[in-house]
Design a binder for this molecule. Structure first.
Ligand code: ADP
Ligand code: 5GP
Length: 183
């Protein structure tokens, strides 16, 4: 089974992924995407992302190294390398994807019933805005881009196997546990 977690940026997806990895040590592993955006805060190459140049990213596109990739924001590429999937599967672990909504829908098409796709929704756009500002690591311009994109992404929620509303964090984590355990 493969877990696909998608959500508008700031909904709490990273918090959810962290919860899965910490609650079930050795069972899940996060698929580390490649991106052309700069590291934020404490982010490290090879941990949250593979931070690569635009030239390197384009070379990977050219070599057909990605299972999927998107220009998630204008000028910023994000993609999942096929080698990343092989790395995690050969370690015998369940892959967790933390990717944007379009990418998630694409992966669900590729993996079909082998994948459980979950949409993590914020309680409201206003709360999403509060969380993005509260996190304190994203510029005003990027927050505005994310909020605009979030409104569009919310409309795609029905394409997912399940929707988890991340209002009360403890409840959202419990709901995620239930879903990954029952499939
Ligand atoms: P994403 O990975 O979707 O961009 P994060 O997991 O970084 O989102 O969460 C965005 C911010 O909101 C973080 O500061 C996080 O601590 C906070 N947050 C996450 N879930 C909740 C929640 N249920 N209630 C309040 N704040 C939350
Ligand atoms: P952030 O810059 O906040 O880390 O991520 C921005 C968005 O890009 C998030 O919605 C995140 O899930 C998405 N994303 C991260 N990696 C990938 C990927 O490999 N492919 C796609 N399509 N989206 C990704």
């Amino acid at each position: 089974m493969i877990i696909i977690l998608c959500a508008p940026s700031g909904s709490g997806k990273s918090t959810m992924v962290k919860h899965l990895l910490e609650t079930y040590p050795g069972q899940y592993e996060l698929s580390i995407s490649a991106t052309t955006r700069a590291p934020r805060g404490q982010e490290q190459h090879g941990k949250e992302y593979y931070f690569i140049s635009r030239e390197e990213f384009e070379q990977h596109i050219h070599n057909n190294d990605f299972i999927e990739y998107e220009q998630v924001y204008e000028g910023l590429y994000y993609g999942t390398l096929k080698s990343e999937i092989e790395r995690i599967q050969s370690a015998g672990r369940t892959i967790v994807f933390d990717i944007d909504v379009k990418g998630g829908i694409n992966l669900k098409k590729i993996f079909g019933n082998d994948a459980l796709s979950i949409f993590v929704a914020p309680p409201s756009i206003e709360e999403l805005s509060r969380r993005l500002y509260g996190r304190g690591d994203t510029s005003e311009e990027m927050i505005q881009k994310r909020l605009a994109k979030a409104e569009i992404e919310m409309a795609d929620a029905p394409h997912f196997d399940h929707i988890v509303v991340n209002d009360d964090l403890a409840k959202a984590k419990a709901e995620l546990d239930r879903l990954v355990n029952v499939g």
